[in-house]
Design a protein around this ligand. Structure first.
Ligand code: ATP
Ligand code: MN
Length: 337
């Protein structure tokens, strides 16, 4: 990335891909590059550089996925908001994917100001146009908006109603922690092994872990993935009631891990792999090897399962994209009932 200009705003040249798939260079205006976004001193410039560096491994997981931006205009310690609607001042080349406004989940409700807003030409009242982040330039554009976290659905355009993977979000209830999540992940892996399914682990970049079972074919619905994930979660709750809970009641989670299967709906999002999190330090949702999960479960070292932007850049250099199969591997879900 080459930067031009002085002061608060400058123009940068960033690799992009045009609508025909050709490599091009895009010019973008970015501002306040020295602004500190994370309390540990990480600046907007460092954030933009991180995205430019990981773009080759991150974009395959972002392209065609309706994205929800979590923006922190004044950094982690300031106000933040989830932005599902792609900002109106987006560059012309950035495309969008509509998703129904009223999801089945808690986050599907429109805000009152959204309901009053005038519709743009061609926009439908019951739909929300989400940004598609298709190239490095798009990543730099959202980084410049201080979208510290990128959240995506399991579906992708042009068929967002087809889930491309099943997600299991493992949420520890203190004093359970990421090590307890790793133990539960190993139990889940046993189940997947018996079913002949490959699952891929990542940290959430927050407190827990997430497992993805890649599907990547058209013959599957959210009803299928939701039923499957519920059945697996409830099975583990029955077999390991001291460790696992399959319902979202917070009070019952103490010392256990919630296997949150409720994420498997059309409009629910999960943090995108390689997205940083708006926490004390720029921890990243990081793909793991199963050996690392097994070591975490055995050794009990929570720090070994926590990675920041710099760590992730080094890991990508060493391993490439440990999450690649989530975007590629085709698997059929077995019928459990
Ligand atoms: P942790 O490991 O700390 O639980 P997480 O990212 O898994 O981190 P959760 O609270 O378990 O956080 O939420 C799971 C996912 O649901 C998030 O990654 C995010 O995509 C989505 N989500 C959570 N809260 C909201 C919200 N208020 N609005 C929109 N999406 C949300
Ligand atoms: Mn979670």
């Amino acid at each position: 990335m080459a930067a031009k200009g002085d002061g608060k705003r400058q123009t940068v040249e960033v690799p992009g891909v045009d609508a025909d798939g050709n490599d091009i260079v895009r010019q973008l205006s970015v501002s306040n590059l020295d602004k500190v976004l994370w309390p540990d001193g990480t600046t907007k410039a460092a954030f933009i550089n991180y995205f430019v560096t990981v773009a080759p491994v991150m974009l395959p997981h972002l392209v065609d996925r309706p994205v929800t931006l979590k923006r922190y205009p004044d950094g982690v310690d300031g106000q933040s908001f989830f932005e599902k609607r792609c900002p109106p001042h987006k560059p012309d080349w950035l495309t969008t994917t509509p998703l129904p406004k009223r999801g089945t989940g808690r986050w599907g409700r429109p805000k009152p100001e959204e309901e009053r807003r005038k519709l743009r030409p061609g926009e439908r009242e019951d739909m929300v146009d989400h940004c598609n982040l298709t190239d490095t330039a798009a990543l730099v554009w959202v980084a410049n908006l201080a979208a510290l976290e990128l959240h995506v659905t399991m579906g992708r355009a042009p068929d967002p109603e087809v889930p491309r993977a099943v997600v299991f979000d493992l949420d520890p209830g203190a004093p359970a922690d990421v090590v307890t999540c790793a133990q539960v992940a190993m139990l889940l892996r046993e189940v997947f092994d018996r079913l002949g399914l490959t699952a891929v682990p990542k940290t959430s970049g927050g407190k827990g872990l997430q497992l993805y079972v890649p599907l990547n074919h058209d013959g599957v619905t959210y009803d299928d993935t939701s039923d499957f994930s519920r059945d697996v979660a409830q099975l583990l709750e029955r077999v390991h009631p001291e460790l696992v809970i399959a319902t979202q009641t917070k009070s019952e989670r103490v010392g256990k891990v919630l296997i949150d299967w409720y994420q498997n709906t059309l409009t629910k999002t999960t943090v995108c792999v390689y997205s940083p999190r708006a926490r004390e330090r720029p921890t990243v949702s990081t793909p793991l090897t199963w050996d690392e999960v097994a070591d975490g479960a055995d050794g009990g070292d929570a720090d070994a399962l926590r990675f920041r932007m710099d760590d992730v850049v080094a890991r990508v250099r060493e391993h490439g994209d440990l999450f690649a199969s989530v975007a590629e591997l085709e698997q059929e879900l077995p019928r459990l009932a």
